[in-house]
Ligand binder design. Structure first.
Ligand SMILES: Nc1ncnc2c1ncn2[C@@H]1O[C@H](COP(=O)(O)OP(=O)(O)OP(=O)(O)O)[C@@H](O)[C@H]1O
Ligand SMILES: [Mg+2]
Length: 301
């Protein structure tokens, strides 16, 4: 039995799916952590809507609200979960019990908001959380993890446990400088996950590509890693309206420009790719003295 969720004050029991396909017959679950340097760039909005787009492409998707102190994915779905990752960490509920199946077909592990203990989760509890997430991954094609901005301890743990990371930035220089700094910090802390880049709130494709080029150029030069361009999402007033109405824009405005962009991201994410492309070992000491971002722009710690 899954989590009890409220909408407009009423609660109903949501059952999780029966496992339809034996695990041996399915490809391995991909875990993707969505990170950023600067806050407010659109990670949570992207995770919720990308999850829906991936589901529409035929994937079984689990969204984990890994912004542990200020979780709000549930808010974007207009849900009020009774149990959250906080109950899981405290050992009060199992992973299955906190799981919600949304009307869009994706599964959600909601987080707790305003809980200081969760914001400062220690390594042992973070490990326990990751193990619990892994316990429900059976049958999932993709696990998307939303995270707190910057290089908070929990974000670093979650990124390290992921197979891939999606770095979200806007075209603003402060945002892409912090995106680069975050990638650098994550690599330095042992994250070997394959990095993707998403430029959100772009005015057009040209602006998105120019932003991507700046980050890729700097990353290749100083980190010997070239994050791959997953795509961009246009700045779109429909996104703002959908957030205010607490509904994903993929559901409310499926034909809006941002929805088309997110569909393209989903297709690129699930297209077969060479796992080694663009990845090189990182030596943190090698080029640090020549790295213009080291003393200039830093990700939020
Ligand atoms: N493509 C877009 N077009 C227009 N507005 C957008 C777009 N994406 C996000 N926004 C706006 O940015 C706001 C912040 O987005 P969101 O909460 O997803 O950011 P975040 O990176 O998760 O923030 P935090 O770092 O605080 O967790 C949204 O409420 C929405 O109003
Ligand atoms: Mg967020």
């Amino acid at each position: 039995m899954g989590n009890r969720v409220g909408k407009s004050g009423s609660f109903s029991v949501v059952r999780t799916d029966a496992r339809e396909t034996p695990r041996s017959a399915r490809p391995r679950t991909r875990t993707v952590a969505v990170v950023s340097g600067k806050g407010g760039v659109g990670k949570t909005t992207l995770v919720a809507n990308l999850g829906i787009a991936l589901h529409r492409e035929g994937c079984k998707v689990l969204v984990v609200d890994g912004d542990l102190g200020m979780a709000n994915v549930d808010v974007l779905f207009g849900l009020i979960p009774k149990w959250t990752l906080h109950n899981l960490v405290l050992g009060e509920r199992t992973a299955e019990e906190i799981l919600i199946r949304t009307t869009d077909g994706i599964h959600l592990m909601p987080g707790a908001s305003g809980v200081e203990e969760m914001a400062n989760l220690d390594e042992i509890r973070c490990e326990r959380l990751l193990r619990s997430i892994a316990a429900v991954e059976d049958g999932m094609d993709l696990i998307l993890i939303d995270t707190a901005p910057g290089i908070h301890r929990a974000t670093t743990h979650l990124a390290r446990a992921a197979d891939e990371i999606v770095i979200v930035t806007t075209p603003e220089p402060t945002s892409w400088a912090d995106a680069y700094a975050t990638l650098r910090a994550l690599r330095k802390r042992g994250t070997s996950a394959k990095p993707w880049l998403v430029v959100n709130q772009a005015r057009d494709a040209y602006e998105a590509r120019a932003t991507m080029a700046r980050i890729r150029e700097t990353s290749l030069r100083f980190l010997s890693v070239t994050p791959r361009f997953l795509g961009y999402v246009l700045e779109d007033p429909a996104v703002v309206t959908a957030v205010r109405r607490q509904e994903p824009f993929m559901r409310l405005y499926p034909n809006c420009p941002a929805a088309s962009c997110v569909e393209a991201l989903a297709q690129r994410l699930i297209a077969p790719t060479d796992p080694e492309e663009g990845i090189a070992p990182f030596d943190p000491d090698e080029r640090e003295d020549r790295d213009p971002f080291v003393s200039g722009h830093r990700a939020r710690a």
